[in-house]
Design a protein around this ligand. Structure first.
Ligand code: SAH
Ligand code: SF4
Ligand code: F3S
Length: 476
């Protein structure tokens, strides 16, 4: 550190320490901006899942508090990539963008490039960037995003690449500024990390061990959001069904939901992701009796073959999964089910794949994310024999996708001709004079309307199902 005195003057407690650094950076940003005669801009490119999207809102909140204005693209003074490493192609995209950024930086040498997120938790990635992407200014990980202002200050002072990646943490720093993407809906972290170690998955290694937030903190955050105009929350965790088990005063996820339900002014509650192995009868009962929990459950299957599921370390069998679906449908006949499926896990035979197709045909999902298995170094599956040849995987993937889409088109159609509550989200990007919204079950509907409807829950007649979405009309 060049200026140890100033750092020494910083508070040691969080979040006061970060407040202090946001003020320090703001002075530097203002000085730069006076020199350039224009505001300094920042731009965050987010890869990966809802957790990363929520983290990016926190990062943008810090940057704005530190004096940056939000830019529209990578021609900005501070560019941050919040990365994902769940599959190889998420990784490759980031390297591609970094190559492009070196050209941008040549034109604007004062710009700063920062990388954070899951990829940065992998030592070989950081080593590669240090060696081959010297134009990067700042690298940090998933455990210390709250430290952005401090790290940025360090970079301003040091004038060389700053790297700070933590292996893990028990710390949950609350109450830093957040800049939400939507005024009317928001993600809310209820837990961080994952303890499940599915054998193909890198998330537990890059997000660390499971940590639940205190229910009081979650409720307080949601109350604040509602006071600020939010009507829909998405409770986020890698496995929300194990929420609260390790708190000093344990509480179940269902109990948390019942407390969230009581928040006045909140209209809709969603959550992600629900691991089938931990889905309790208490949760089904709570969902069934709730007026606010949406009529949708994302229930990742991964594979329909009990043998593959065992090797995936998913801790349920095909039969158990199907029994769970039956129980859910008995309690909530109209619930929409969606899922994630991996094709081409090591050793997957044609028979195993047919088991997956069988589950798809039996459950009849409203939609499904289908993925080609991607080998992640360091996970148990990467070392398994019999990796499936690419052409075989591709063929299975195409067959699965077709089946999923055909079924989804039929299933989604079931509400055609009915009137449903829709939360209006944005102006339609395809058709002028139209807006886009979502049903409780998460299906998208487009209908004639204007910006004044955004954030409102309105009645919409679902006139025509078009595959995975509807064209509708506003019921006045
Ligand atoms: N915690 C969530 C999933 C997070 S990752 C859950 O358990 O459901 C999102 C999805 O990415 C997973 O459900 C899985 O289908 C997919 N995925 C994870 N690792 C993968 C890999 N190595 N190759 C292909 N898909 C993978
Ligand atoms: Fe990955 Fe499994 Fe954890 Fe989901 S539950 S994040 S798939 S290890
Ligand atoms: Fe990707 Fe990290 Fe999410 S690896 S899927 S961004 S938890």
């Amino acid at each position: 550190m060049t200026d140890k005195n100033i750092i020494a003057g910083a508070p040691t407690e969080e979040p006061a320490r970060q407040q202090y650094f946001m003020e320090q950076v703001k002075k530097l940003v203002e000085a730069e901006s006076a020199k350039k005669g224009r505001p300094l801009t920042c731009f965050i490119n987010t890869f990966g899942c809802q957790m990363n999207a929520r983290d990016s809102e926190k990062l943008l909140g810090i940057l704005k508090e530190a004096g940056y204005e939000e830019g529209t693209d990578e021609n900005s003074d501070f560019v941050l990539y919040n990365t994902c490493t769940v599959r190889e192609n998420a990784n490759l995209k980031v390297y591609g963008r970094l190559g492009y950024l070196s050209g941008v930086k040549r034109k604007n040498p004062d710009m700063m490039i920062a990388l954070c997120g899951c990829m940065m938790q992998e030592p070989e990635v950081v080593a590669k960037i240090k060696k081959s992407y010297r134009h990067v200014d700042l690298i940090f990980g998933t455990h210390n995003i709250f430290k952005l202002a401090e790290l940025l200050y360090e970079r301003f002072m040091e004038k060389k690449m700053v790297v700070d990646v933590w292996e893990g943490t028990n710390e949950i720093v609350e109450e830093l500024p957040i800049e939400r993407k939507y005024p009317f809906k928001s993600g809310v972290n209820i837990m961080f990390g994952c303890n499940n170690f599915c054998s193909y998955c890198i998330v537990p290694y890059v997000r660390g061990r499971e940590r639940s937030r205190e229910p009081e903190d979650i409720i307080k955050e949601i109350e604040g959001l509602v006071a600020d105009g939010v009507v829909e929350v998405m409770l986020l965790g890698q496995n929300v069904n194990s929420y609260g088990k390790n708190l000093e005063q344990p509480i179940t996820f269902a109990e948390l939901l019942r407390r969230v339900e009581k928040i006045e002014g909140l209209e809709r509650i969603r959550f992600m992701t629900s691991h089938p192995k931990d889905l309790s009868d208490e949760l089904i009962e709570t969902m069934k009796n709730s007026k606010k929990i949406c009529s949708h459950l994302h229930l990742p299957l991964q594979s329909g073959s009990s043998e593959i599921l065992k090797r995936m370390n998913r801790k349920y069998s095909k039969e158990q999964y199907l029994a769970l679906v039956e129980k859910l449908r008995a309690a909530m006949p109209d619930i929409s089910l969606t899922t994630d499926i991996i094709v081409g896990f090591p050793g997957e035979t044609e028979e195993d794949f047919e088991e997956t197709m069988d589950v798809v045909r039996k459950v009849r999902y409203d939609s499904a994310f289908t993925f080609i298995y991607s080998k992640r170094t360091g996970t148990p599956a990467a070392a398994m024999p019999n990796q499936v040849p690419e052409d075989v995987v591709k063929n299975r993937f195409d067959r699965l996708l077709r089946e999923v889409q055909d079924i989804a088109a039929e299933v989604v159609k079931r509400h055609e001709g009915t009137v449903q509550k829709v939360l209006v989200e944005e102006i339609d990007t395809h058709e002028a004079g139209f807006v886009t919204g979502r049903l409780s079950n998460n299906t998208v509907v487009h209908f004639a309307g204007d910006a004044s409807l955004i954030g409102k829950i309105v009645d919409v007649s679902l006139d025509e199902a078009k595959g995975f979405y509807y064209m509708g009309s506003l019921v006045k």
